[in-house]
Design a protein. Structure first.
Length: 131
C-alpha cells in the first residue's frame, strides 16, 4: 500500500526525474539477513552525469560494487561512496560499512520504485574462507 501511494505521488515528476523517498541505516545483522554471506566479485566506476549537456562526464563520483549474495543466489550491485578501488581479492567474503537503504522513484514513461543500497566502506572478513 505504501509503495502504491509513493508511485501515485510521483505523477507530477518530470520525465527522468528522481525523488528520494527515505534513508534507512542498515545494521550488519540486517545486511546479513537480507543478503546472507557477501562475496566480492569486482567493481566499476560510476561517472558523474551532466544534466545540462545530457552526457556522461569523465569525472568519477563513486564505485559500483558487484557482490555475490549467498541468500539471493545472485549478484547485487551496491554503490560505494569512494573513488578508489578496494584492495580485496576476488571472491573474498566481505562486510559493508555504514550501509544505507535509499530507494527512489524514477519517472520515465511510468513511475518505477528503484531499490538502492549505498555504503561508505567495504572490508574483507578475516577467517571466512578468504585467502
Amino acid at each position: 500500500l505504501l509503495s502504491n501511494y509513493l508511485l501515485d505521488a510521483d505523477l507530477t515528476a518530470k520525465r527522468g526525474e528522481r525523488w528520494n523517498l527515505m534513508l534507512i541505516n542498515l545494521t550488519k545483522e540486517q545486511v546479513k539477513d537480507v543478503f546472507g554471506e557477501l562475496r566480492y566479485m569486482g567493481a566499476d566506476y560510476c561517472y558523474r552525469y551532466d544534466k545540462g549537456n545530457q552526457k556522461r562526464t569523465d569525472e568519477v563520483e563513486a564505485l559500483k560494487l558487484h557482490l555475490g549474495s549467498a541468500k539471493l543466489g545472485n549478484s547485487v550491485d551496491i554503490r560505494l561512496e569512494t573513488k578508489e578501488l578496494p584492495k580485496i581479492e576476488p571472491y573474498a567474503v566481505v562486510e559493508l560499512e555504514n550501509a544505507v537503504y535509499d530507494p527512489y522513484v524514477q519517472r520515465g514513461n511510468f513511475a518505477v520504485l528503484v531499490d538502492r543500497i549505498t555504503c561508505k566502506g567495504i572490508r574483507a572478513v578475516v577467517g571466512k574462507g578468504n585467502v
